[in-house]
Design a protein around this ligand. Sequence first.
Ligand SMILES: [Zn+2]
Ligand SMILES: [Zn+2]
Length: 472
Amino acid sequence: MASTTSPAKANAIPDGTSDYKPLRSCKYDASKTHISELPMTWSNWHKHINWLNTILIIFVPLMGFISSYWVPLNPKTLAFAVFYYFHCGLGITAGYHRLWAHSSYKANLPLKIYLAACGAGAVQGSARWWSMKHRAHHRYTDTVKDPYSVRKGLVYSHIGWMVFKQNPKNTGRTDITDLNEDPVVVWQHRHYLKSVITMALIVPTLVCGFGWGDWLGGYVYGGILRICFIQQATFCVNSLAHWLGDQPFDDRNSPRDHFITALVTLGEGYHNFHHEFPSDYRNAIEWYQYDPTKWAIATWKYLGLAYDLKQFRANEIEKGRVQQMQKKLDKKRAGLDWGTPLEQLPVVNWDDYVERAKNGKALIAVAGVIHDVTDFIKDHPGGKALITSAIGKDATAIFNGGVYNHSNAAHNLLSTMRVGVLRGGCEVEIWKRAQFENKDVTYVNDSEGQRIVRAGSQVTKVARPVASADAA
Ligand SMILES: [Zn+2]
Ligand SMILES: [Zn+2]
């Protein structure tokens, strides 16, 4: 018995997930080499193609476009097609995606039936299959286990993953036990083909036919072409939303936020936010951002059809945003010249410093750091005389208010001229230590390990400590 254990079973991870099991019969045998593992050749290319998907997402729409040449477009049919487009679109975005794939809210039975029916009208597979793939996409974003990874190319993530056969073994494992317990999901999965034909083709044909006698227009525009537009819009979430736009919450993976993607996907375009906070019923968090799916769910809640809407705390969302801003700031900071890091500078004795300054080097020590100002003397805003008078001396006090309290920019500029560090013992050291002890200044490193030099905390910035009673 033990010898019959399949490799898939042997690799099973006891994390509560399971391989996807179709509810209908399936001929898939994990022990055989899958066609996708073999290179595509002239003799086997047709075996690589998933013909059912290809017919549904390429040939049928093509037929629709061709037949639209002979079928005139009735304005009433157009209005219905747009109306029906939004309903079937919501079936996917509010139903398949936010309700079933992410459980971001709960729906009562009538709403579930409406969403499952409209979802079928969008012709994108059953809610069960769709959610399984989508959960794998979130769990394994951008990896080989992501069923529509944008890392395999924009066209692949948009449509290629459906046109070419995928080895079921490669799709990441997910837990869909909740979906298997949802009678609406199971019913729709079991009666998927009937649901699709009814909702995608028969309903629009009947509405336009009985409504205003446009049977053929209802079939072509309300049915086939509407399906094509919804499919392409949804596919954009997998392609465009991982390719176009900003990454305000995290840039380690591909998801991005963009208004255009939101516009074509009923609000699913704030995808960077969505991948960070997937169980939030919203994709757009600002009131002015376009997220009609969120508006629909909120309306259903108002009508008593939806409840338990999940929302991340603003505090958590802002933390992510601030961290990403910090990361960008660090990157920008790393590109600037802050002077040679102090620990890389040579340590020089006071006498050596004075000696070198006497022998023609324009060296100035400020706060225990030696600076070579030779090339700067002529540019010194305070004039040549003042800066020259500090050469070979400890100019800490002069620089920090003794003669002129230099600006923040001046401290920054000075740091780019540093060439050495004085060996301890200066009065300055005592001042600096006092600063540390008073915790007036805190030094922090950025994510690259570089010290963050905030305005006013440059090493050359030294304030004379204020004498306090508790210091004694
Ligand atoms: Zn995504
Ligand atoms: Zn999602």
